[in-house]
Write a protein that binds this ligand. Structure first.
Ligand SMILES: Cc1cc2nc3c(=O)[nH]c(=O)nc-3n(C[C@H](O)[C@H](O)[C@H](O)COP(=O)(O)O)c2cc1C
Length: 353
C-alpha cells in the first residue's frame, strides 16, 4: 500500500475540495442569474478601495454611554411564557456585542411584581450598555394627570434602567379591542412629563412612524432620542385589527396602510436640518422595517442627525431558542454592516451641511 504523507493527503483533500467546488459552480451557475431590475440602487459597490474589515466598528456615544455597534434592540416583550428567555437572550447579545436595549411595555410592573424577573436584565446586560424601560402614552397621560409620576421613577430605578421609552400609539389604542383613550395631544403630555422627571426619555411609535408636524414637535423636546417605529415592518395597529371582531376588522382596515416609512422620516428630518432648524433632541434610533444591515447602513449613512438603527421582529425570530442562534444572527449583522462600510457608498450621498 502506498504511504501517503500528511502533506500529500492535504493536497489530495484540497484537490477534491477544488473539484467539488468546480462541480458546484457548474451546477449552480445557471441558477445564479441576476436581474438588472432587481439591482439595489441605493449603493455603488467599490471593490477597489478596501480589504475585508479587520477593525472593530467605532464606538458611539448614546445616552451618556458608549455602544460598540450602531444597533439597538427595539422594545418587545414581557409578561408571557417566553418573555424571560427572550429578554435574557437579547440582554446577553447586548452585553457581548455592545448594543443598547429597549424593554417591552413594563405596564404590568406598575401593579404587580409577578413578571419582574422577565424584565430584570441589567445584571446580564452590564452597566456599560444602555437599557430603557417602556410604557405607553395612555398610561403616561393618566399618571401625569394624577400626579403619579413618582411611580415611573421607581419603575426605572427598580430595573436599573437608564431611562424610559414612551410609545406613542394612538392608532393602536383606537383599534385595540381593550385599548385606552388618548385624551390630550401626546406632545403636551410628554412636555409635562419632562418637567417632572430626572431620568432620560425616548419617544417612539409602534409601526406607523411620525409625520412632519409630529417630528417637529419631538425634535424640539429635550429627549435622549426619537425612535421611529416607522411604517414598513411590524405594525401594531395591524396586529390589533386582527385581534378584533369581523366587523371591526372591516371598519378599521383602511388605517392599515397609513404611516411614514423610515426613509421618508430621514428625508423629512434632513430637510429640517438643511433649513437651519436647531433641535433639543439630536439622536435618532431608526426602526420599523429594518430588514438587515444594508437597510441599517443605508439609513444611518443617509441621516444628517446622529443615528443608530434598531430591529424588533428580526431579533424576536432568533431569540426564542438557544443563545448561539441569536449570537450567529447578531455577529452576521455586524459583519455585514462592516462589509457595507468598506465596500458600499451611497449613490445619493447625504447633502453637505
Ligand atoms: C412581539 C413584539 C412586541 C412589541 N412590543 C412593544 C412594546 O411593548 N412597546 C413598544 O414600544 N413597542 C413594541 N413593539 C414594537 C417594536 O418596538 C417596533 O417598533 C416595531 O416592531 C417595528 O420594528 P420591526 O419592523 O423591526 O419589527 C413590539 C414589537 C414586536 C414584534
Amino acid at each position: 500500500m502506498t504511504k501517503i504523507s500528511k502533506n500529500d493527503n492535504l493536497q489530495g483533500e484540497q484537490a477534491s475540495d477544488d473539484s467539488q467546488r468546480k462541480s458546484d459552480h457548474i451546477n449552480l451557475a445557471l441558477h445564479s442569474q441576476t436581474l438588472v431590475n432587481e439591482l439595489d440602487r441605493r449603493f455603488y459597490y467599490e471593490p477597489m478601495v478596501a480589504g475585508f474589515p479587520s477593525e472593530p466598528l467605532n464606538s458611539i456615544p448614546f445616552a451618556g454611554k458608549q455602544i460598540k455597534v450602531p444597533i439597538w434592540v427595539s422594545s418587545m416583550t414581557g409578561g408571557h411564557l417566553m418573555s424571560g428567555k427572550i429578554n435574557r437572550n437579547l440582554a446577553m447579545a447586548c452585553k457581548e456585542f455592545g448594543m443598547g436595549m429597549g424593554l417591552g411595555s413594563c405596564r404590568m410592573l406598575l401593579s404587580e411584581e409577578t413578571y419582574f424577573a422577565d424584565f430584570d436584565v441589567r445584571s446580564i446586560l452590564g452597566d456599560e450598555n444602555p437599557l430603557f424601560a417602556n410604557l405607553g402614552i395612555a398610561q403616561i397621560e393618566q399618571m401625569v394627570e394624577r400626579n403619579e409620576t413618582d411611580k415611573l421613577r421607581r419603575l426605572v430605578a427598580s430595573l436599573k434602567a437608564d431611562g424610559l421609552i414612551v410609545h406613542v400609539n394612538p392608532l393602536q389604542e383606537w383599534v385595540q379591542p381593550e385599548g385606552n383613550t388618548v385624551h390630550y395631544p401626546p406632545s403636551e403630555t410628554i412636555e409635562k412629563l419632562l418637567e417632572k422627571i430626572d431620568f432620560k426619555l425616548i419617544v417612539k411609535e409602534v409601526g406607523q412612524g411620525f409625520g412632519p408636524k409630529s417630528i417637529q414637535k419631538l425634535l424640539k423636546l429635550p429627549l435622549t432620542a426619537i425612535e421611529f417605529g416607522a411604517f414598513g415592518g411590524t405594525n401594531f395597529a395591524k396586529v390589533e385589527i386582527q385581534r378584533s371582531s369581523d366587523i371591526k376588522q372591516e371598519l378599521h382596515r383602511p388605517f392599515v396602510n397609513i404611516g411614514v416609512s423610515a426613509e421618508e422620516m430621514i428625508d423629512l428630518i434632513n430637510d429640517m436640518v438643511l433649513n437651519g432648524n436647531k433641535f433639543a433632541c439630536n439622536q435618532l434610533i431608526i426602526s420599523g422595517g429594518i430588514h438587515n444591515y444594508l437597510d441599517g447602513y443605508y439609513l444611518t449613512q443617509k441621516s444628517l442627525l446622529p443615528s443608530i438603527y434598531a430591529q424588533a421582529s428580526a431579533f424576536l425570530k432568533y431569540s426564542q431558542g438557544e443563545y448561539s442562534v441569536l449570537q450567529k444572527f447578531v455577529s452576521t449583522q455586524i459583519e455585514g454592516f462592516k462589509m457595507a462600510q468598506n465596500y458600499l457608498t451611497l449613490r445619493n450621498p447625504k447633502p453637505a451641511l
